[in-house]
Design a binder for this molecule. Structure first.
Ligand code: ADE
Length: 372
């Protein structure tokens, strides 16, 4: 890692902020410094790209203009506004934090990064972003962009996947950042990280901070940041049952914990559970699987079904630690079947359109519509 002198730091700040004043992106959450606006945008931007976030952000602000509206919103409406963004615990935490602000703090925001971290879903990055942008606290906001930008500028070769690396970057950036315009400094770093210093296609030859970019000057830019690989998501195979009657689907409500808690999906049966019905799972043929599956549905839910493969590749969906591979089966259930042991109900296409459906269920529905 290289160290900058005070005069290099001053010159870097000026170069970066001058560039930001002219070329910084005009984004709707930058139109004012309202902590509610900054917070919602930062949460949305955590796992989602700027261009995708813009329309969601605008819609969200139209639906829930203040932190009070968000605190009082019905959960279904909140989920509908979040539909398609994924990582729904972000939305639930957003509402939890809104309730904390409204009912425990009389509508007052904590104004420091430390205080902000007491709110649900706000970690060191988001706290730094809100504190610096909305409250002018000189604290860094270290996300993937900031890790990359400063790792390259200073040739910091610490592994950014390790938790002990963050405080080192926070200290380094804290020394470099502008004490007068911390929010602009942090957002300028984000814009730099999204353009001249992007992960895959940097253009350091034309970058405003080219002269400060040690990794570029040494021809080793792509070696930074150093990041050890995460284990690959574990593959899990499911059968998805498409059970249709007239304009309705028999839908399953997922348990209140685990992946996609409380969301509605086609009934999903783990292949492992099907195979566990056999004493010789390794010998089970494709045909036998389907009859084992019918037996399992009978035992678990008291439902008599007949299933037929729908063809096509399994539908794939990747979560942080799991990859689901769902084979769709068309299934028939008597419309007057007793659902008292089944965690779900018949829902019409109209009802499904009005509800927030998780992305994986959208993919399943799209596939069904393609096949039929
Ligand atoms: N990514 C994360 N936060 C951002 C912000 N405030 N502006 C642009 N991109 C971002």
């Amino acid at each position: 890692m290289i160290e900058w002198s005070e005069s290099t730091i001053r010159s870097f700040r000026k170069t970066l902020l001058d560039w930001y004043d002219t070329y910084g992106r005009d984004l709707p959450w930058r139109w004012d410094h309202d902590p509610y606006h900054v917070w919602v945008s930062e949460i949305m931007l955590q796992q989602t790209q700027v261009n995708t976030v813009i329309p969601y952000y605008e819609h969200f602000m139209a639906e829930f203009p203040t932190v009070m509206d968000l605190a009082n919103a019905p959960e279904a409406k909140l989920m509908k506004a979040w539909e398609g963004l994924g990582y729904y615990s972000r939305a639930r935490n957003l509402q939890k934090a809104a309730k904390q602000i409204v009912s425990e703090r009389g509508g007052q925001w904590p104004q420091t990064a430390e205080g902000l971290q007491e709110l649900a879903g706000i970690g060191p990055y988001t706290a730094g972003a809100i504190a610096s942008i909305a409250f002018n606290e000189p604290v860094p906001a270290v996300d993937g962009n900031a890790f990359r930008v400063f790792a390259r500028l200073l040739e910091i070769d610490l592994d950014i996947a390790k938790p002990q690396t963050r405080p080192v970057f926070e200290r380094v950036i804290g020394r470099i950042m502008s004490p007068d315009r911390p929010g602009d400094f942090n957002q300028a770093v984000m814009d730099l990280g999204a353009s001249y210093m992007s992960a895959k296609n940097p253009d350091s030859a034309h970058s405003p901070v080219k002269a400060f970019n040690q990794a570029y000057l040494d021809g080793v830019e792509m070696q930074y940041p150093v990041k050890s690989k995460k284990p690959k998501p574990v593959k899990v195979a499911y059968y998805g049952l498409v059970i249709r009657h007239d304009d309705q689907f028999l839908m399953q409500k997922r348990p209140s914990d685990g992946l996609l808690a409380n969301f509605w999906t086609f009934p999903l049966i783990a292949e492992d559970d099907v195979l566990a019905m056999s004493e010789t799972p390794e010998l089970v043929t494709e045909e036998e699987r389907l009859s084992l599956l019918e037996k399992l549905v009978q035992q678990e839910f008291g439902l008599t079904v007949r299933v037929i493969p729908m063809g096509g590749k399994p539908v794939k969906h990747t979560f942080t630690h799991r990859q689901w591979l769902i084979t769709l089966l068309s299934a028939e259930v008597k419309p007057d079947a007793d659902l008292s042991f089944f965690p779900g109900k018949w829902l019409s296409s109209d009802e499904l359109t009005r509800m927030a459906l998780p992305k994986v269920q959208e993919k399943l529905l799209t596939r069904v519509h393609q096949i039929q």
